[in-house]
Design a protein around this ligand. Sequence first.
Ligand code: BGP
Length: 461
Amino acid sequence: MANSTFLWGASLSAHQTEGAYQEDGKSLSVQDTRARKNHDIADFTVAVDHYHHYREDIALLAKMGINALRISIPWTRIIPAGTGPVNDRGIAHYNAVIDTMLAHHIEPIITTYHFDLPDNLQQAGGWNNRATISAYEAYVRVLFSHFGDRVKKWLTINEPNIMLLADEKIVGFHYTHQERYQAFYNLMVAEKSAIQACHEIIPDGQIGPVPNISYVYPATAKPEDIRAAMYFNAVRNWAYLDFSVKGIINPILHDYLHKTGVELAILPEDHALVTQNFPDFLGINYYTSATVEFPQKGQDRLAGISDQQSEDVYEPNFYKGVTNPYLAKNQFNWTIDPLGLETTLEMINDRYALPIFVTENGLGAYDELTSDHQIHDTYRIDYLAQHIRSIQRAQAAGVPVQGYLPWSAIDLISVHEGIRKRYGFIYVERDEQDLKTLARYPKDSYYWYRNLITQGGLQDE
Ligand code: BGP
């Protein structure tokens, strides 16, 4: 890990940090308009006001020692109407953000889309409407043309798998089963159009997908449970990477779609695009593993689970999420499984053999600001250290992991659990409803990560 080209970074997304939700010509995205069941949590109107604090935030992150920062650009700032004219103020803003990063020797890694479809495109059918594919392609071409001279690493669509599986919690509406898989197909075709456009417009550019991948365990050795894990591995993980890397619909997903009555509308002209354009690397988000069993008749999903990524999954006759009794949980009910990251990375390498960047990984927790503005987040340091150790072991086993960009660079608003669930290396002083000072305070994990980066990784193997 101690080589000089390894990317020691951090990640964030625009809608969870920027605020300024109607400034400089930005239109509303589904993140701005989505229904929130839990109304006492912060929304994204101000978030942590990164739009106005980006210079200060990037300077603080540079002092932490990172050499890469993953951000996202919102479609709604670049092409506010979803299609049509480009917003010069949006372009100017990201030119300034990118130049600030480069001035601090931080490589920008940009996600083109992070759960934030322009709302008017959603009203017109969203990812179930094929027109969204061409609108997305036109949008990413604008990104590549304006920023490709300085930005050489791109990520396509953040976690299409979690977006579709946990739809209501992420985008605020429910897909029918048929719609979910048509949206899957359309998203994946859109991703291919971004890969093609990136290679065309930025000859020395690289682009990769960014799904959330967690190897799925069977609850027991019962053959039915093994099949439950087989199906959920295909539905949650391999379907997305197989489409990106191999240009195919995963055969187990295909069987599952057939058995659940889904018919995909596939156009003949998609074939060439899908089978001729491939990613240069994989961006992998990992928080927790998943464990499933074969659902008994009449069983319902686990009650009271807020975990969007593993336990709260249920497909009658196929799989049902269960609590893994061997794993501890965080304060928000997500299991903690560092060894699962090592397994996941080895499985991904076995299947796809591409360079890997871990583009998200981190611990959501209630942090407490002391009266002298410190945050003693030893629990976060432990979590990160255990996962970095897993990455180092995976590397030793031959997995080409080339970067680690934990979630999140600074505190931000969790997708559905507000600001109370903090992830950052840098604390931002606000609470759910009270914006307070919005001051930034480095946490203990900030100093710990700075030290780790200086040493080129964990030394105590
Ligand atoms: C991923 C998303 C992020 C981030 C993270 C933590 O699914 O890409 O946007 O939010 O999970 O999830 P949450 O905010 O629900 O804690």
